[in-house]
Ligand binder design. Structure first.
Ligand code: ZN
Length: 455
């Protein structure tokens, strides 16, 4: 009997061990998991200014679930809680099961009453682990904040900005601090500036342009946005001279539509069949797309001036069409479309060699719909020259070219009628009148003299 008691006592102990202690140990090990939550997508540091900044922080937890998260900003001992969240769950049960939480934080220096200077953004996350005496694993991430609520200042150095409608200009200015975005606003259009001086990197130059379609009362001003998002605009003296552009009526024949436009339309995968529909698919829709292909090249601007002196015009060439000629297209006695010609047409001998107008880097070669075979050269600071309707291209993207280097031959590709070169100049993403860039006096008065202020 005794031994039986002993045996049953031991058995009970074993049962208790199996049913209570082991599960408790397992639970404890399970609940003592040491994997702390992770805080992701955090910037290493932040500059905040007058404009509120939104940052999104992802918190992930692979263990028993999140218990609490908090975001707070501290400055000289003062703490402001931006956001806080607590999650329900039991310490004995499976925790909260919350594996992810996203904090969307609006950091507004004004609302938080932050002073110019340094502050800290702290994100804290805790989980349902039993670690740290049932407080849970804790992850803390601190990001240094630089509070900058002072807008940058712009000092305009260049004077007398006389800009033609459809023409170019140059602004020279100094910033008092590094700004990721600065340049010239012409109406709603923005022209970025680049560091240009041999100094501390705060002397800037920006080419800008007044579109042929912008009125003489368009507002032009300098603009800078600092790292904190504080913005400044500065006025300067300028005058926009009104230009009268030529008006032209082009008679369109069915033969032209069939021979020139239908192949272009079909190559683009369009399926219009009526002559007038083919005409509009090419002259209106394709033109728009081709134009965007060219103006998108403005992204390839580099902060290096690679040109010097007057831009070269196709030698011994007659001017066939001018910049901003307004063209009405007449088909069967009716005006069916109206477009503006955004370059100069120059006719020389057939398949005449085409020189690069100035030093630069070839940023594009290829077929651009109505423009046909095209070469685009960047000359630095967002100034580009364009060569279209070429019969052959003798350059490759990435090539460095000097003024006069042959980059192709004139032709009739695209919508050209008769062998000629369509030559364009582009400032950032606005096509401008090339005539100014062919004029040594204009370049000297409007560009070179201003560049000398800081170079
Ligand atoms: Zn043209």
């Amino acid at each position: 009997m005794k031994s039986m008691h002993k045996t049953s006592g031991r058995a009970i102990l074993i049962v208790i061990l199996l049913l209570v202690v082991i599960p408790l140990v397992v639970l404890a090990v399970w609940r003592l998991e040491g994997q702390a939550p992770t805080i992701e997508k955090m910037p290493a540091e932040m500059v905040i200014g007058a404009v509120p900044r939104t940052i999104v922080v992802d918190i992930a937890e692979r263990g028993r679930g999140l218990k609490a998260v908090q975001a707070a900003v501290t400055q000289t001992g003062r703490e402001v809680v931006l956001e806080e969240a607590r999650f329900d769950g039991s310490l004995l049960g499976p925790g909260s099961g919350v594996e992810a939480h996203t904090l969307t934080l609006e950091v507004d220096a004004g609302k938080l009453n932050l002073a110019e200077g340094q502050a800290t953004l702290r994100i804290t996350a805790r989980d349902f682990s039993w670690r740290d005496w049932w407080n849970g694993n804790r992850t803390v991430v601190e990001i240094p904040l630089t509070v900058d609520v002072k807008p940058p200042s712009i000092t305009v150095l260049s004077r007398f900005h006389y800009v033609n409608q459809g023409g170019s200009g140059l602004l020279v200015y100094r910033l008092n601090e590094a700004c990721p975005r600065h340049g010239v606003m012409v109406g709603e259009r923005f022209f970025p500036g680049y560091p240009a001086g041999k100094d501390d990197g705060l002397s800037m130059m920006a080419f800008f342009a007044v579109g042929h379609d912008q009125k003489p009362d368009t507002i032009i001003k300098a603009r800078a946005v600092d790292q904190a998002g504080n913005e400044t605009t500065a006025g300067f003296s300028y005058r926009i001279r009104a230009k009268r552009f030529r008006k032209d009526v082009l008679n369109i024949s069915e033969r032209f539509i069939e021979q020139k436009m239908r192949p272009l339309m079909e190559a683009a995968g369009e399926t219009a069949t009526e002559p007038q529909a083919i005409f509009l698919a090419v002259n209106r829709e394709m033109r728009k797309k081709n134009y965007e292909t060219l103006t998108r090249l403005s992204e390839k601007a580099t902060p290096e001036i690679t040109w010097e002196g007057v831009f070269m015009r196709l030698p011994q060439a007659a001017n066939r069409a001018q910049f901003a000629d307004h063209r009405d297209y007449k088909y069967r006695g009716k005006i069916i479309d109206r477009q503006v010609h955004l370059g100069a047409d120059l006719a020389s001998l057939q398949q005449a060699p085409v020189p690069a107008a100035n030093g630069g880097t070839v940023v594009f070669t290829g077929d651009v719909g109505i423009y046909g075979n095209t070469v685009v050269v960047e000359h630095g600071f967002g100034l580009f020259s364009l060569y279209s309707h070429l019969s052959s291209i003798q350059a490759n993207a990435g090539d460095r070219v000097a003024k006069g280097d042959i980059i192709g031959r004139t032709g009739v590709t695209g919508l050209a009628v008769g062998d000629h070169l369509h030559f364009g100049m582009m400032v950032h993403d606005t096509l401008v009148n090339p005539i100014e860039w062919w004029d040594a006096h204009w370049i000297n008065d409007n560009i070179t003299t201003k560049m000398k202020l800081i170079r």
